[in-house]
Ligand binder design. Structure first.
Ligand SMILES: [Cu+2]
Length: 373
């Protein structure tokens, strides 16, 4: 009799679980099931290696984009790179920038967990929506490491880093941006140390000197195997990713101001880089590529920091900032561009169905449930 009752209880719990849990996925997000994204320096060495192993695992999984249309896509990691290339002319310097990249990060995190076991769970079993996670993507808190990138846990080239500087390339030049000269970095050649020393990139590179943004330029999706390239640049990180600028970003009065500081420093039309471009240019050369930058594994951590700061800024004034948008769905917001609204559908190709911007405005709603340390 006891055994019979237990069985009934088990059946009852089982059926309630099955009928209720799918609804909870989109409605309930609290401290018990909220995923925490930690700064790279907060992770243990073992946790860091778990992450880089998962990235390498993604490079061994089969791609879903068709080879005929996307000859340069050779694995699942490349699916993410090519999707970014495909929408680059919509999702940068525009109203789509923040929400699109927020969802891109979430898709990446989910793919690591579901397809490469990046949560201590078996691949293809997906308990992530019901139970709290221990393994989530990380972020790169720029000011912590701005003075000495090569000594940071992110880029010190140890086994638990994201690899480090590239080999010294005497050909690398300084970069002129308006009236500002950015001195060259300390590498400029192939990365030959750390977990990504043997990584072969398949897509890009795209020219940095583009003047027209009407169509995806060559090499588009061509197959072009080349090495992973970095050039650490403390001048850029100390000047564009320091605490003062981060504080100024968080003090932005409205979304237009926030976007300006994100992309321009000093915060006016003549200002170059901003914290977004600063992160890309302080690590270059692969990460400087407007189109193919997700090939540098630091990309997701850099955008994690951007997403974190956007979320912090939103939370400081829920009423006015949670759903604040500005801009169009075209790069550089040209006159005549279509302004984004909460109903604007964002495209993710093979990575996901289209998502409304509304669903990407809150890290604890719309199907997300995460926070940052
Ligand atoms: Cu991007």
């Amino acid at each position: 009799m006891v055994a019979f009752s237990s069985l009934l209880v088990a059946l009852w719990v089982g059926s309630v679980g099955a009928s209720l849990l799918p609804d909870l996925e989109f409605e309930w997000c609290g401290p018990n099931n909220q995923a925490t994204r930690k700064e790279w320096g907060e992770l243990t060495s073992a946790e860091r290696i778990e992450y880089t192993d998962a990235v390498l695992c993604m490079q061994k999984q089969p791609q879903r984009l068709p080879r005929e249309e996307f000859p340069g896509v050779r694995n699942r990691f490349d699916d993410f790179v090519a999707t970014h290339i495909n929408y680059t002319l919509n999702i940068h310097y525009s109203g789509l920038f923040l929400p699109w990249h927020r969802h891109f990060l979430w898709l990446w995190e989910t793919a690591l967990q579901d397809e490469c076991g990046y949560n201590g769970q078996l691949p293809l079993v997906n308990p992530s929506v019901y139970f709290s996670q221990t393994d989530n993507i990380s972020y790169w808190n720029w000011p912590y490491w701005a003075n000495n990138l090569a000594a940071s846990p992110l880029f010190d080239c140890s086994a638990s880093s994201l690899s480090g500087d590239g080999e010294y390339n005497p050909e690398e030049q300084s970069i002129q941006g308006g009236s500002v000269t950015l001195p060259r970095g300390t590498g400029g050649g192939c990365v030959r140390c750390g977990p990504f020393k043997d990584m072969e990139l398949h897509l890009g590179p795209f020219s940095r000197a583009l003047t027209s943004f009407t169509e995806i330029p060559a090499p588009a999706f061509d197959y072009n195997p080349h090495c992973f390239n970095r050039s650490l640049n403390n001048f850029v990180s100390t000047n564009y990713n320091n605490e003062t600028i981060v504080d100024r970003l968080l003090a932005s009065t409205d979304i237009i101001d926030f976007q300006t500081v994100m992309n321009h420093w000093p915060p006016n039309a003549e200002g170059v880089l901003g914290v977004h471009g600063g992160g890309h240019f302080s690590i270059g050369v692969t990460l400087q590529d407007l189109f193919a930058s997700p090939q540098d594994p630091a990309f997701m951590l850099h955008h994690g920091m951007i997403d974190r700061l956007w979320g912090q800024w939103q939370t400081r004034d829920e009423r006015r900032r949670r759903f604040a948008l500005n801009g169009t769905s075209t790069i550089l917001d040209p006159p005549g561009g279509i302004p984004v609204t909460l109903d604007t559908e964002m495209q993710f190709g093979v990575l996901d169905r289209p998502r409304s911007i509304r669903d990407s405005m809150d890290p604890t709603g719309g199907g997300y449930c995460y926070s940052y340390t």
